[in-house]
Design a protein around this ligand. Structure first.
Ligand code: 4GX
Length: 259
């Protein structure tokens, strides 16, 4: 996948793709990545990229001409890439969108600063708009990095040979089970015994149950968005039955209605 970033601060990306998974993905040519400075596409002597908003008000707006020129130059380098503006108005980025983008031949990620970009850049220049969440950043760069990071790790061959991408949080729509490593006792806290037994069916069953419990407690909304496998339904039914018995045996009688 070809990734081009259009930004006023291309140096922000130097460290980003010099480390870890991104560096590896670039080294093995799973992705090619570059950041282009929008300022280099400003035609005037002072290379101005922003201007005061029509109608008044505080803040500045990114001028359309340098951005349009930068996008056109990027499209010449990556003709099949999708042009994506990072913006709070965009589709809210999630794992399903990461999967959608991972299947593209390329992405041109446009990072706005200030109050945003002139609204007249049309759909031929901006095909998609993405937000990484409902909070306000000072620019699209950090948002673009989040998208690049989440998308790159889904490209086949980028994560080590492991099945990591498949057992991630969200890969199956559930939060991940807890993880443990040595030592077996840390500050008095033990590793759950089943994980030390080597009994793989029981371990898998425990992990699924822990995933379901975490999701139910912390992100019940995720359970509303997916179906349950027969095994998951079975686990939930056992909780249901066991809670039913607990309530039947232990609940104090309700106070009589005051009249
Ligand atoms: N997820 N921001 C972009 C300037 C801007 C505004 C409108 C284009 C259109 C953000 C987010 C985000 C702040 C980055 C405003 N550029 N981007 N910037 N949340 O908050 O992506």
């Amino acid at each position: 996948m070809q990734i081009l970033v259009l930004t006023l601060f291309p140096e922000m990306f130097t460290a980003f793709w010099s480390h870890g998974m991104l560096r590896k993905a670039i080294a093995q040519e799973s992705i090619a990545a570059a950041a282009l400075n929008i300022r280099n596409f400003a035609a005037d002597r002072h290379q101005v990229t922003d201007d005061r908003p029509y109608g008044g008000g505080s803040g500045m707006v990114m001028k359309p001409e340098p951005l349009a020129a930068a996008i056109r130059a990027a499209k010449e380098r990556a003709p099949d890439a999708r042009t994506i503006l990072m913006s709070p108005q965009g589709r809210v980025f999630n794992q399903a969108l990461a999967r959608e983008l991972a299947a593209l031949p390329g992405m041109i990620l446009i990072c706005g600063r200030y109050e945003g970009v002139d609204d007249r850049l049309g759909v031929d220049l901006i095909a998609d708009e993405l937000s990484i969440g409902d909070y306000v950043l000072t620019g699209g760069e950090v948002a673009a990095m989040a998208v690049i990071d989440a998308v790159t790790r889904l490209i086949p061959g980028v994560l080590g040979g492991e099945d990591s991408a498949e057992c991630d949080s969200f890969a199956n729509g559930l939060l991940e089970h807890p993880h443990y490593t040595r030592p077996p006792v840390f500050e008095g806290a033990e590793v759950p015994g089943v994980l030390l037994t080597g009994h793989h069916r029981n371990i898998e069953r425990w992990r699924l149950e822990a995933s379901l419990l975490r999701t139910f407690v912390h992100r019940p909304d995720l359970l509303q968005e997916r179906e349950l496998t027969p095994q998951e339904a079975d686990i939930l039914r056992r909780w249901h039955d066991s809670l039913g018995r607990l309530i039947a045996e232990r609940a104090l009688p309700a106070d009589d209605r005051r009249r």
